[in-house]
Design a protein around this ligand. Structure first.
Ligand SMILES: Cc1ncc(COP(=O)(O)O)c(C=O)c1O
Length: 367
């Protein structure tokens, strides 16, 4: 595949895919493994598709060492669909219909707002003036009658990442891992539910992975749409309705790539090295680059920063982004809610090798 233009894509998601995955998909697009049809045309009820979905599940189980008492399901509706699915499936675990939320950025804020439709939502910490840190766990007021505690492991817009799994004293723990999924080993047994949209770290848009502990199945509210009901989907091997077949196929290729490239320990190491290179430049720039996030909560996936001063010098930031485009670096512009620049250094842990790193741009622009 000869791409006419060689670009470096820092998009947060849909994000870059490993080139070998794209090439494999291209090779198999029209005729999948000699079957004479494309995966795009394949019935989800065939044994050939069973092999694809089973491969994806088995690879995920292997990469994350998922215990046997957890189900892995592949759903549609994205991370946002899970903002609804989580309360719809879990709020019924306890009578009080109350849920604890840790709100550290735009995505957990959205999840908490959606949950308010179905639950009494308790934000466990004092309200934050800005999303630049994880509030000290000693300030958290966890409710004993909460059905679950919810948090977002990596806030993609604000660049705030947990480097620990919160201790929630036995309450069911739910985590949105959309933007740091598979970027480090995780002890799945500490969670009730983990979910992640694939388009950032594990494939393309269209499929959301949900890993759910078996004893949490069967508590869905009657209002829960059947396609979001974890028990129904787990009981049907994610095939209650037509799943996003092609997205699951792409995910299986990506998971294989991650496995062949050292698994989550290797992704962990790479994410640290790559992000640290940027943070080093920021730290040594005498305030020219400013990352507003407190050091110990700085994301290894995406690094929002301002240029010129803490509020950002608009002209300088424009110049920086123009320079990036000139160098064929795309999607470095930050989210309107956070920094002007958002360097997605490792949002896709798999895909950042052998590329011009924004480090060179940052250091040259400063120097
Ligand atoms: C951490 C996080 N959670 C949830 C979402 C929402 O995902 P979706 O667009 O798939 O609904 C995003 C999207 O960027 C995200 O970054």
């Amino acid at each position: 595949m000869d791409a006419k233009r060689q670009v470096v894509n820092f998009g947060a998601g849909p994000a870059k895919l490993p080139r070998s995955v794209l090439l494999e998909a291209q090779k198999e697009l029209v005729d999948y493994k000699g079957l004479g049809i494309s995966v795009l045309e394949m019935s989800h009820r065939t044994s050939d598709f069973s092999k694809i979905i089973n491969t994806a599940e088995n690879l995920l189980r292997e990469l994350l060492n998922i215990p046997e008492n957890y189900k892995v399901i592949f759903l549609q509706g994205g991370g946002s669909g899970q903002f609804s699915a989580v309360p719809l499936n879990l709020i019924g675990l306890k009578e009080g219909r109350c849920a604890d939320y840790v709100v550290t950025g735009a995505w957990s804020a959205k999840a908490a707002k959606e949950a308010e439709k179905y639950a009494k939502v308790n934000i466990v910490h004092p309200k934050l003036g800005s999303y630049t840190k994880i509030p000290d766990t000693s300030s958290w007021n966890l409710k004993p009658d909460a059905s679950y505690v919810y948090y977002c492991a990596n806030e993609t817009v604000h660049g705030v990442e947990f480097d620990f799994v919160p201790d929630v004293r036995g309450t069911v723990l739910v985590c949105d891992m959309s933007s740091n999924f598979l970027s480090r080993p995780v002890d799945v047994s500490k969670f009730g539910v983990i979910f992640a949209g694939a388009q950032k770290n594990a494939g393309c848009a269209g499929v959301t992975v949900v890993i759910v502990r078996e004893d949490l199945l069967g508590f869905a509210l009657k209002e829960c749409p059947i396609v979001l009901d974890y028990k129904v989907q787990a009981g049907n091997g994610s095939l209650y309705n037509t799943p996003p077949c092609y997205s699951i196929y792409i995910m299986s290729l990506v998971l294989e790539w991650i496995k062949n490239n050292g698994g989550t320990p290797a992704m962990d190491k790479q994410s640290s090295i790559k992000s640290q290179m940027i943070y080093d430049i920021i730290d040594k720039s005498n305030g020219f680059y400013v990352c507003p996030v407190e050091k110990k909560s700085q994301s290894r996936m995406n690094i929002p920063f301002r240029i010129g001063n803490i509020k950002g010098d608009e002209a300088l930031e424009k110049k920086f982004l123009d320079k990036a485009v000139e160098l064929n670096m795309i999607s470095l512009k930050g989210h309107r809610l956070a920094g002007a620049v958002n360097a997605e250094v490792s949002a896709f842990p798999a895909g950042r090798d052998n590329e011009v790193h924004p480090v060179s741009l940052c250091s040259n622009f400063y120097g």
